[in-house]
Design a protein around this ligand. Structure first.
Ligand code: TRP
Length: 454
């Protein structure tokens, strides 16, 4: 067992929770969850989702906590440390690779958020509904502008991550996460006070049992996995900076609660405003970059200053959500480079950030500036999204569960779960049961479902 002070670690429990929740709370909470909830039975979906978080999300998060904290090392080395075998070690490498590949394209979208903060600030974001569409289309396919913002957001990430865990990631998370939460609550309250807002609240929260089918279950499962940032090395890497006193199971529960609360609040921010002006909300990039700027502008049209402030706050909160996730992604590869190549943290961060930026530039170009960057009819951007999100993610998650459930040294798993017997570990057997049987089966279902096989 290594001593705490031999390697960087988080200073406080709050720092651990906020940083890890920062990784989990991302664009998926805003552009995916509310729409899924609205479409799939409202409150019923939310209950099913919470169940999926309990049955799949939390156990998978604890798996990664155990692997990361046991090794006190980057994710690739962490899998090697616990398994002592080359085969299982490959999962670690795959996590790091997935995290790295995603960084570039996640950064592109994070850059867009920042550009929209700027656009709100200088007052570019108002006009007819069609204006928002053409504004986004021309911006995202521009060869220069998105690259500029990509570089800026990467620079910000670099400046934070290079300072290390306590002075960089922990400090930034302690500032960003509460700010994000306050902005979210203010916009949600403003949105719920609009005339006709109750229809939106009803759409999101009214239980509609008739909508329940197997599709709803599978989508909720997939979303719970994605929303908690499982299987990209982020959770495992952060856990390698936890202290030996951190209660892993409790932390996983607290982080999941924060993540779910943000997702529901995001729904309360979007639907009441959209229904109040009679716009149908959608999901994905078009929701946050086309539909919502228009909705906010119309909803608060009578008070232009409020509209201006809300739009600024909205993109500010999106940028914070994206930035804290980006930090965790960059940290995965930074820890890997630093420890495997034995270089300084600064150098490692620089290498990761610059190479991810290059990937981001190509992803961004593939969205319109250069048509040549398309394969099989998909842009490079979509290919990255597909390969990492739909293939690597479930594979890593599945193998990790199978490993922890069936092959990992039982004593290590137990010791980490109970902090070497100092915690009661009441739910240890339940956790093991979930990891052995339920998680692998659920992940296979998610995998087959997303390819339309079930
Ligand atoms: N959890 C993030 C969200 O809800 C998305 C995400 C998945 C992610 N895996 C990640 C973000 C890894 C950062 C790192 O949007």
């Amino acid at each position: 067992m290594m001593l705490d002070n031999e390697r960087a670690n988080f200073a406080t429990k709050l720092g651990i929770i906020l940083a890890t929740a920062g990784s989990a709370v991302g664009l998926g909470n805003v552009w995916r969850f509310p729409y899924m909830a609205g479409q799939n039975g409202g409150a019923v979906f939310i209950v099913i989702y919470m169940l999926c978080v309990l049955l799949l999300g939390i156990p998978c998060m604890i798996n990664e906590f155990i692997i990361g904290r046991h090794a006190y090392a980057n994710t690739a080395r962490a899998y090697r440390t616990i398994s002592k075998s080359r085969g299982w070690m490959l999962i670690g490498y795959m996590s790091v690779l997935t995290g790295f590949l995603i960084t570039g394209y996640y950064a592109v979208v994070s850059g867009w958020c920042l550009q929209y903060v700027w656009a709100s600030l200088v007052g570019h974001l108002h006009g007819e509904p069609d204006y928002y569409k053409s504004y986004f289309a021309s911006f995202s396919s521009d060869p220069v502008k998105p690259i500029f913002w990509l570089v800026i957001i990467m620079l910000m990430t670099y400046l934070i991550v290079k300072n290390g865990i306590r002075d960089g990631i922990e400090r930034a998370s302690k500032l960003f996460m509460p700010t994000l939460f306050i902005l979210l609550v203010i916009i949600a309250v403003a949105s719920c006070m609009l005339p006709g807002a109750h229809a939106g609240i009803e759409f999101l929260l009214k239980p509609n049992w008739s909508m329940i089918n197997s599709d709803v279950f599978l989508s909720a499962l997939g979303q719970s996995f994605y929303s908690l940032s499982i299987a990209m090395g982020c959770i495992c890497t952060y856990a390698s900076y936890f202290s030996k006193h951190t209660n892993l199971a409790n932390s996983a529960i607290q982080i999941s609660v924060i993540d779910s609360m943000v997702a529901i609040l995001a729904g309360l921010m979007i639907f009441p405003a959209a229904f109040s002006v009679g716009v149908n909300p959608d999901s994905g990039p078009s929701l946050i970059f086309i539909t919502l700027p228009n909705v906010f502008q119309q909803a608060f049209g009578e008070w232009p200053v409020v509209g201006y402030v809300i739009s600024l706050m909205f993109y500010g909160l999106l940028t914070l959500a994206a930035l804290t996730s980006l930090m965790s992604l960059v940290e995965v590869s930074t820890a890997f480079c630093q420890e495997e190549m034995k270089i300084t943290r600064k150098a490692a961060t620089l290498i990761v950030v610059s190479s991810a930026t290059i990937i981001g530039v190509f992803c961004s170009f593939s969205l319109g500036a250069y048509d040549g960057l398309a394969f099989f009819g998909l842009s490079l951007f979509e290919i990255f999204d597909f390969v990492t999100g739909q293939i690597f993610l479930p594979v890593v998650g599945f193998l990790t569960s199978v490993y922890i459930g069936w092959f990992a040294p039982h004593k290590v798993v137990r010791d980490e779960f109970t902090n070497w017997g100092t915690l009661r570990g009441t739910y240890f057997h339940l956790y093991l049961l979930l990891v052995k049987y339920i998680c692998p089966i659920c992940i296979i279902f998610i995998f087959l479902h997303q390819f339309g096989l079930i």
